[in-house]
Design a binder for this molecule. Structure first.
Ligand SMILES: [Zn+2]
Length: 282
């Protein structure tokens, strides 16, 4: 429960300054099969089966600040791949009162099309991303079809333009974005794939984005089909497991798992049916 009058005895800062609510917002979906999700699925010797993939954006906020984690796929990026939009991310932010003028910091966990689609909606925001991610997508290997099929050229061009404007703040392997918000680069899925650890009243939350698409991907060590470095991907699972075992993570939020909204408290209005919340403030 939030209590504005509560203060840390040592720092004298309001508790709410470094504790947040984390919103998990479903904006898209598709039906697919497990062999199109997991790398070399035939190796496991089990039958193929249908699986759903949901698409999310995340919002971290308290009275002091709002941070967006990823910006979904654009209408074109989704249509190019026959993905269904269930709630346009821009509408979700509008309903939450998150305006372009408020220029929230935006963490780009990686530069795939379904995570960078609406950066242009926030032309004054600072974009936080791993340097390795930007260098990969502006480097000599990004054009290969096995990488490029997950990227949207106009989104990448927008990132390059933002960098030229001085609006991209790079980090190397980790970033203390704000009190209670830490960003870690795990790599694997993409060279700069990052995760975000957020402190909430309900314990620390790991927004895994695509370091973990599905909970079973992490629990059973099933690498995703799109991968830049397979060893780093397995090592990323281990890094997350170490954080969970150490108590540094209480809630693991995967990037695309359709079970996610049911695992956490429904957010209700103004995003009823589309969002869950961890560490709700009221
Ligand atoms: Zn994704």
């Amino acid at each position: 429960m939030r209590n504005d009058d509560e203060v840390e005895p040592e720092s004298g800062q309001p508790v709410s300054d470094d504790r947040y609510e984390v919103l998990i917002i479903k904006y898209g979906t598709r039906e697919t099969v497990r062999s199109d999700v997991y790398l070399n699925y035939g190796v496991y010797g089990v039958p193929d089966a249908p699986i759903r993939m949901d698409y999310f954006v995340w919002v971290i906020r308290n009275d002091a600040r709002t941070v967006l984690v990823d910006t979904g796929f654009s209408a074109k990026g989704g249509a190019d791949r026959q993905r269904d939009t269930v709630l346009p991310p821009v509408e979700a932010w509008d309903r939450l009162g998150i305006t372009p003028e408020s220029a929230p910091d935006i963490v780009v966990t990686h530069a795939h099309y379904d995570h960078t689609g609406h950066l242009a909606h926030f032309p004054a925001s600072t974009i936080r991303m791993a340097r390795a991610e930007f260098e990969f997508w502006t480097g000599p290997h990004a054009h290969h079809p096995l990488f490029h099929h997950s990227a949207q050229d106009e989104d990448l061009a927008g990132l390059v333009a933002a960098e030229a404007e001085g609006r991209v703040a790079f980090f190397e392997d980790r970033l203390d974005l704000a009190p209670g918000i830490e960003v870690l680069r795990l790599g694997g899925h993409t060279p700069g794939q990052a995760v975000v650890i957020v402190q909430t009243s309900d314990g620390p939350v790991l927004l895994a984005s695509d370091a973990v698409h599905y909970l079973e991907e992490y629990e059973d060590a099933l690498p995703f089909m799109s991968v830049a470095n397979l060893v780093d991907m397995y090592a990323g699972f281990d890094s997350i497991r170490a954080l969970v075992d150490a108590g540094a993570v209480r809630h693991l939020v995967p990037g695309h798992d359709p079970a996610t909204l049911d695992r956490f408290e429904p957010y209700g209005d103004p995003l009823a049916g589309f969002a869950a919340v961890i560490g709700r403030r009221s």
